[in-house]
Design a protein around this ligand. Structure first.
Ligand SMILES: [Fe+2]
Length: 437
């Protein structure tokens, strides 16, 4: 967490737009024009295509980037297995899926010297990493920079939601800064290392094994609304020309593998394409809702969706509960009681969430699995049922949800954690009988 990192983060420039065919060069003339793989790439660079989708997928889903780098990625020694630490992957077979509503306090602070990778801790997930279907929920807590080591995830893309402390993400395609209130995405296979912008860092990660996240269709909403494509920021090319041993750690089919290169593989001088990391400021989300009565289903708050083979059924949705006005007449305004075929993991970045008066804290999280009954707690229900329905601004918190089509199985470490809140069911105790025939 150096002053230099902070200055670098402040000065970053970005390319804007979601899913664009971006291009960038850190050295003028490094990017070939008119072809991808000339007989000799400019400036003595090696050309390499990084494919995030099958070659033949439709254009709307196709993701690939061409990288022009100092050394080809192929030049590396063998990878060998290393300990997975607290990282787990689907299929999650070490414990059974639990229909109970679960809630956790934040992770305990990590030991000194814990970097982003060492600080990953898996809460649970679903699907199968090797089948490229499903997702995992990880938390991270770090207090040290990743120095002379980089990480890549062959199993999926990483949607990172900082809750405490900023991150400077050094990726193959350039640098991104992600602070609380932002979300960052590292595509499948893109190597990166994490430098901290503050003394420590904590947050959430959705590892998406399935189709890459995309913007949801807007239907009758029209051409604008929710997350705007122009607010997604991709890095400009930046490279490291470092010739000293660098450990490259790859997550592959659930396990960590390590190889020590004799140079930094973050050596891409120019690139173009659509398989790119990006950062998005969730405070820019255009929140839509009812201006008459009731409120829409929370799908109206979807930032990004990973589609499945069934139209409208997401492998995982990333949903944000951002500041907004509530104006519904004759309406119970907090989230309603419900039981959902989808499974919901919620986290809190700051403040409070309007369905839970207390106990749901920044850095913590709740899991409401398939068909589990949930909704406002007793105190919230009583307050909202009696509230005067004048226009009300909800502006004291920023919460999010990973909503997924399959039940989430908690890992053994999450199911048995000291920071699991025993007695979470109690928040729905005290809901009085009001029925009068
Ligand atoms: Fe829910």
């Amino acid at each position: 967490m150096s002053e230099q990192a902070r200055k670098t983060a402040e000065a970053l420039e970005y390319l804007t737009g979601f899913g664009n065919e971006h291009s960038s060069e850190a050295v003028p003339g490094a990017l070939p024009i008119g072809r991808n793989s000339p007989q000799r790439a400019p400036l003595g660079l090696y050309a390499e295509q990084l494919s995030g989708s099958a070659f033949t997928e439709p254009r709307t889903h196709n993701r690939r980037s061409w990288l022009y780098r100092i050394r080809p990625s192929a030049a590396h020694p063998p990878f060998t297995r290393i300990d997975n630490g607290a990282l787990r992957s689907a299929p999650f077979t070490e414990s059974v899926a639990d229909p109970n509503r679960l809630r956790w306090n934040p992770l305990p602070d990590p030991a000194p010297g814990t970097d982003f990778l060492a600080g990953l801790w898996t809460l649970g997930g679903n699907g199968d990493a090797a089948q490229r279907a499903g997702m995992a929920i990880h938390l991270y807590a770090a207090n040290a920079d990743m120095t002379d080591r980089v990480f890549s995830d062959s199993d999926g893309e990483l949607l990172i939601v900082p809750e405490r402390g900023g991150l400077l993400l050094h990726t193959e395609l350039g640098l991104l800064a992600a602070r609380p209130g932002d979300m960052a995405l590292i595509p499948r296979g893109v190597r990166f290392r994490v430098e901290l912008l503050d003394a420590d860092a904590r947050g959430y990660i959705c590892e998406n094994y399935g189709q890459p996240f995309e913007l949801p269709n807007l239907g009758p909403i029209g051409a604008n609304g929710l997350a705007a494509a122009r607010d997604f920021q991709a890095p400009v090319a930046a490279y490291e020309d470092i010739e000293r041993p660098t450990e490259v750690i790859n997550k592959f089919c659930g396990n960590l593998w390590s190889a020590t290169y004799d140079h930094s593989p973050l050596d891409v001088v120019a690139w173009h394409g659509s398989h790119v990391p990006y950062v998005y400021d969730m405070r820019r989300f255009n929140v839509l809702g009812s201006i008459s009565y009731d409120h829409p289903d929370p799908s109206i708050f979807t930032v990004l969706t990973s589609p499945s083979d069934t139209p409208g059924l997401a492998g995982v949705d990333f949903v944000v509960f951002a500041p907004r006005w509530l104006v519904g007449e004759d309406t119970f305004r907090p989230p309603y009681f419900h039981r959902n075929v989808m499974s919901e993991y919620m986290g809190l970045i700051e403040g409070a969430y309007d369905a839970k008066a207390e106990g749901f804290v920044p850095g913590g999280g709740s899991l409401h699995n398939m068909m589990s009954a949930h909704g406002p707690d007793h105190e919230t229900f009583e307050r909202a049922s009696a509230a005067e329905l004048k226009p009300q601004k909800i502006d004291d918190g920023l919460a999010f949800m990973f909503e997924t089509r399959w039940p989430i199985t908690a890992t053994a470490q999450a199911a048995g954690a000291d920071h699991l809140q025993r007695g979470y069911d109690d928040v729905w105790q005290g809901l009085q009988r009001h029925f009068r025939a």
